[in-house]
Design a protein around this ligand. Structure first.
Ligand SMILES: *Cc1c(COP(=O)(O)O)cnc(C)c1O
Length: 427
């Protein structure tokens, strides 16, 4: 039969195929992407180009702290961009100064430096540590096995996972790994060259493992004793995800001596900008002025636009008491995963984490997963996609839930119902 209607252009005929094609031809294939092409979002929901709706319990890996298309972010972007987007750090601007003050207020006496990503924020802390130890010839930084600190050359040297280093040797010198939550191992690993210890308050990529209160307090005492800096990577676990501004504040809540605890440096990114790129580190007094003029910098760090967005996000979090929301709903989500571990132990092994940084640990040897060579975590995440929920795998066995801080209790219920549906289909 003769075709009467002309074929529409490719982009209209099949968004999914044509966008995949653009990637296949033009984008470096360094990511293992899921077979989903997203087009827009609203609150905790995302929509793909075929119109399918997903509940987003991954928030772009703990980034979209207020979900998608939040009016406060849209307004901050619109209003600030009409005034000033960028001027460089040759000049002062109000939003950067105000954001620094807001961060200092929430952590403790010290100062902030602004960058554009988590890796860069950590890079700043590494430089701070090297500067601190320089005159004594100390430069080595201890980090934990299973940690994640970013993908720059220093970041992969710092990251305690072989898979990120492979193929990029020789590693940048000056990093060694110690087992996490093992204070004696930390003490034993210190050499005359050691100048700092960096840990995540809650290991994210490593599978949602919080530091214990004893570990945090013990590392503080150890670093004081050995005149080393204690650095916390709060890129993923920070920004109210645990129910407090920083995870150490939550972990040490009510613990004797916990209210006096402060790290010497702390990195931030991810939720800080809600999707607009921004990173930062905070450095404690009296080290706050050691990176003096000319020693560190970045063109884009702390633009008025990025800082205006971050300020707007903090305002919404405060006004809507989203820290409490993350703490309460997070506790409920965790108890529901624990319930699934009890009722379906052949599929769910345990619940991990706190607040809105949670892990669902899968049981070993789930029969339905045996046929594929994809990891159990990937297969589970794919089944959740089919059910309309986005989550983030961590390692082979763990599914991370990193929802927006303003997830509603209805949405949390919907998420659990769909997770339960998938769990039951595997039991
Ligand atoms: C994501 C992450 C980083 C790296 O942040 P980028 O913005 O990707 O550079 C560093 N540390 C932790 C704990 C992270 O989760």
């Amino acid at each position: 039969m003769k075709e009467i209607v002309p074929a529409p252009p490719a982009i209209v005929r099949n968004d999914y195929e044509s966008i995949r094609e653009l990637f296949a031809k033009n984008v470096v294939p360094s990511y293992g992407r899921f077979e989903i092409v997203l087009s827009h979002g609203a609150g905790s929901y995302l929509f793909d180009v075929t119109g399918k709706r997903y509940l987003d319990l991954g928030s772009g890996i703990a980034v979209c702290s207020l979900g998608h298309a939040h009016p406060a972010i849209t307004e901050a972007l619109g209003e600030q961009s009409k005034k000033l987007i960028h001027v460089s750090n040759l000049y002062f601007t109000e939003p950067q100064g105000r954001l620094a003050a807001e961060i200092v207020k929430r952590i403790g006496a010290g100062k902030c430096f602004f960058a554009n990503s988590g890796a860069e924020a950590n890079e700043g802390l590494f430089k701070l540590a090297r500067k601190f130890g320089h005159d004594e010839g100390r430069f080595e930084i201890l980090t934990a096995t299973n940690s994640f600190h970013g993908r720059t050359l220093a970041g992969i040297a710092a990251t305690g996972q072989d898979k990120v280093k492979k193929g990029f040797e020789p590693m940048m010198p000056g990093f060694r790994h110690i087992p996490y939550n093992d204070l004696e191992a930390a003490r034993a690993a210190i050499s005359p060259a050691t100048v700092a210890i960096m840990i995540e308050g809650v290991q994210g990529e490593g599978g949602v493992t919080p530091a214990t209160p004893e570990y945090l307090l013990g590392l503080r005492a150890l670093c004081d004793e050995k005149k080393m800096l204690l650095l916390i990577d709060g890129v993923q676990c920070g920004h109210y995800r645990t129910g407090k501004f920083q995870s150490f504040q939550k972990i040490l809540e009510g613990v004797a001596g916990g209210d006096k605890f402060l790290p010497d440096g702390l990195s931030m990114a991810k939720s800080l900008g809600g999707g607009f790129p921004i990173g930062a580190f905070w450095v404690r007094s009296p080290y706050q002025d050691s990176l003096s003029a000319g020693t560190h910098g970045t063109t884009y760090g702390g633009t008025p636009l990025a800082c205006a967005v971050a300020l707007a996000i903090l305002e919404v979090i405060e006004k809507e008491n989203l820290a409490e929301q993350a703490r309460k709903l997070g506790a409920w989500l965790k108890s529901e995963i624990e319930r699934l571990a009890k009722t379906c132990p052949t599929v769910v092994k345990s619940a991990r984490g706190m607040g809105f940084i949670l892990g669902l640990e899968l049981a070993e040897n789930i029969p339905a997963f045996a046929a594929s060579d994809k990891t159990p975590a990937l297969q589970f995440v794919n089944r959740l996609h089919a059910a309309g929920v986005l989550t983030v795998p961590a390692g082979n066995q763990i599914i991370r839930l990193l929802p927006p801080l303003n997830l509603s209790s209805y949405e949390a219920g919907e998420g659990i119902a769909k997770i339960e549906e998938v769990v039951k289909s595997l039991a």
